[in-house]
Design a protein around this ligand. Sequence first.
Ligand code: NI
Length: 419
Amino acid sequence: MSYFVVTGLFSYLVGGFFVFKKRETFTQIVEFLKGYLTMFFAGLYLHSGLTYLFSSMGVLAGHTRPFFKGFRGDTTEALALGIIFYLSWKMGLILFFFFLVLKQFGEDYDDAVFITSLLIPIICFRFFRTDSFNIICIIIFVQLAIQFWPDYLEKRIKSAFINKTVLGLAVFFIIALFFFNKYVYKGFGMQKDLIRHGPGQFKYVAITFDDGPDPLYTPEILDILLEKRVPATFFLIGKNVESYPDIARRIVKEGHSVGNHTYSHKSLIPLSAKGQEDEIKKCEKAIEEVTGVRPLLFRPPRGVYTSFARKLLKDERYTIVLWDVSAMDWAELPPDKIVERVVSNVKPGSIILFHDSGDLVTFKGGNRTSTVQALPRVIDELKKQGYEFVTIDQMIFLSELMETEERLDENKNGGFEGR
Ligand code: NI
């Protein structure tokens, strides 16, 4: 977490320097370099999509200073071009030439920037497969489109206000994301048909992977688990199972458990009852058809479930499986940080959440290099501390066994006291 906050603050400070009042070639080059180099240094510090997102937002915010008096974003377009150039020089060049052509045909500077900015959201998806880069492009597009909206005499006063709103919303979104992760992901309280961890009497843990199968990372993870002789549980996305059936079959063949993680990783809350049922049932069908195993474990996307889904799942004999230790690998933390987080938070009976696939928003892609690098180290460290590894099925079996034993004990005691 601190990585991203540090990057954002640093970028904000950089963004606040060298803000020029006049638009000249020299000032534009400086602004361009400011955008480019901020991204470059953020990447040196931590090469992750989320770092670039924080960095670009920071430098844009520092440059326009939306939270202080006086809007000063006169060279935002050059700064934004610097950021885009860092993400993809090809996309940067296309935008730049498009702008030059427009100007050649007699468009006024502001109008040319405005029209060029309309191109950003249309082409960014062609260049980037990662969610974070596309989000950066959308933020830049919104910023430029508002600032260079035609009939700009009036707008100049308004833009400061709109800027505040846009960046305020973006900051709110990021804070909400982390609040969400901290509280919702960790969950509120304990429920019976829903587990966050197993009983803590034995020194065992369950490793789980969400969002796969992934053509690149899942096989690497399976190799590690095979070599270390560690069983795990994979919560699969139906669509990914259909795309990579061989990998799904390999997971089952090598003795791991599989669970249902919905068909297309939609959040359950906004869906209708029918929609939720479809997401659950279609995934179940995909897993069963491909692997021959009918899943009995379910993990809702982002850990958020509804009372309808809960009742449906209960009727269908599912157990909802959440977690008590998140590796935070979805944020593409460096391997050291993942190992440290997991090892320091694990307790006997913990369910550990990793991801073998999935990007910030979409369920495919994403960079899981850190997960692959951290996994063997996590396993070795936990083995050294005396932990055993189980699948979630085994964990549930163990906990039911424990409960039966407790009940027998109670009956015995009750019986004695009664007599
Ligand atoms: Ni997921």
